[in-house]
Design a binder for this molecule. Structure first.
Ligand SMILES: [Zn+2]
Length: 453
């Protein structure tokens, strides 16, 4: 017998309470998604103009620079000159501080939200209630694309140290989780005992949907696979906070026997792109963000080419982020008519943090996927349980590794080194460091590769 989902009407009622705009926003996003692509771009441009005008009028930093770069001419926005706006780096954010806050941020009920700091450059930004409600609506919309309904049983394998400290044992959180039919498991620096415990909790709770950090569910999946444990299969797993490499998707989908939905987001900007039920590309959230993909000279890169991501977040008026250098690299796919019916701009993949990419002296870029493939899969018959590759110099690579079978590892070492030398150059020296544990970053993200150049 199918149980009545009493949560959906109740949560919807709460979301309709006076003063909240979540459902209104959700409907606006749905209306927007039904538009033709050209209309979507027109609508996006209107939102950019509105934000820029507001920034010019209320934010000291933009009051100064927007007229200087001729984006504000005679009090009006001239979008033609948008690309003249200097990109907003983390250094500028730290230097300008409150000059980036709108003068009415108090009325807007702002709150602090620092970025995860996974780039090693944590910054403090402010957001407000309006932004937060758009963000929630956007999340609900993305989940609905996967097929997830409000109130469906959801298990969250979460990982941020900050989030966990903030929500520990709080009565409000317990109440909210009960209302939303949700269970949280702490995936921050998971130990073997944690994972054993998670299998029991997962199979007892029987989630319809699972939301997780990419690295957490991937490591957990590998553990399940190695122990040959039978797991309850949810309808889907939604991942975020890290790059989902094809190897990882394959592994997670085969272990949990369901589809993986990817999402690209950040603390500073909310969710910017998401995969639908039929496509592994990520559809951009055009209503809430304007994304540019630029090369090292700040020229737009071609579709299919790796570019740095610059974000203009369209809903946070307390601290407008315009052409914000978020520190990620991605490959734009371009306009597409997806089989899901959406006419949109998609990303082929998000290759992650710029610090995850290795570089050779000749300028070649080696993505983390290369190492995940060779160390994690091709030469690994289950004897490496975890690894992290660090490029210390152009010809110096350190591999931290947790080994389960020393003999097998010794036999494969040379093959792995050879593969690395083929990619990084013959002179490359590989240093192995066997460790007992490799920690995640404070943001909860796990880095398979770290480039220190
Ligand atoms: Zn689609």
């Amino acid at each position: 017998m199918k149980m009545f989902n009493w949560r959906k009407p109740l949560i919807s009622c709460l979301a309709y309470l006076p003063g909240t705009t979540i459902i209104k926003n959700l409907n606006a996003i749905r209306d927007f998604e039904a538009l033709s692509y050209d209309k979507k771009l027109d609508c996006q441009q209107d939102k950019i103009k509105k934000l820029l005008l507001y920034a010019y009028e209320k934010v000291p930093y933009y009051s100064k620079i927007l007229p200087e770069c001729k984006v504000i001419l005679n009090g009006k926005v001239c979008l033609k000159n948008f690309h003249h706006i200097p990109v907003l780096t983390k250094t500028i954010i730290r230097k300008e501080g409150k000059n980036l806050y709108s003068r009415d941020c108090k009325i807007r009920k702002f709150y602090q939200n620092s970025s995860g700091g996974s780039t090693g450059e944590p910054i403090s930004i402010i957001q407000d209630k309006t932004y937060s409600e758009w963000n929630i609506a956007n999340k609900i919309y993305h989940k609905s694309l996967a097929g997830q309904n409000i109130g469906d049983k959801e298990l969250r394998l979460w990982g941020s140290e900050r989030d966990l400290l903030a929500t520990k044992e709080s009565f409000c959180v317990s109440l909210r989780n009960c209302l939303y039919n949700r269970k949280d498991l702490n995936g921050f620096n998971m130990s073997l005992t944690d994972m054993e415990n998670f299998t029991v909790q997962w199979n007892t709770f029987k989630p319809s949907w699972v939301e997780s950090y990419v690295s957490v569910i991937y490591e957990f999946g590998k553990f399940i696979n190695s122990r040959n444990i039978s797991m309850y299969s949810p309808k889907g797993i939604l991942v975020s906070a890290g790059t989902l490499y094809p190897e990882m998707r394959k592994k997670i989908e085969s272990v949990f026997r369901c589809r993986v939905f990817n999402r690209y987001g950040a603390r500073e900007t909310g969710d910017m792109a998401f995969s639908c039920a039929v496509n592994n590309n990520l559809h951009l959230s055009l209503y809430n963000h304007y994304l540019e993909f630029l090369d090292d000279h700040l020229n737009a890169c071609k579709h299919g080419q790796l570019g740095r991501v610059y974000v203009t977040a369209l809903n946070n008026y307390s601290m407008p982020l315009v052409r914000y250098d978020i520190g990620d690299v991605a490959i734009p796919h371009g306009y597409e008519i997806c089989a899901c019916g959406r006419k949109t701009f998609s990303l082929k993949s998000v290759e992650g943090r710029t610090m995850s990419l290795f570089k050779t002296r000749t300028g070649k870029i080696i993505p983390a996927e290369f190492f995940i493939h060779f160390i994690g899969v091709v030469y690994n018959e289950g004897f490496i349980s975890k690894f992290q590759v660090i490029q210390e110099d152009y010809e110096k690579i350190k591999i931290k590794i947790i080994v389960q079978n020393k003999e097998k590892f010794e036999n494969s070492k040379i093959k792995i080194e050879d593969a690395i030398k083929k990619a990084m150059g013959k002179k490359c020296v590989v240093i192995w460091e066997q460790v007992l544990d490799i920690e995640t970053a404070p943001s909860g993200k796990y880095f398979y590769t770290i480039c220190r150049i």
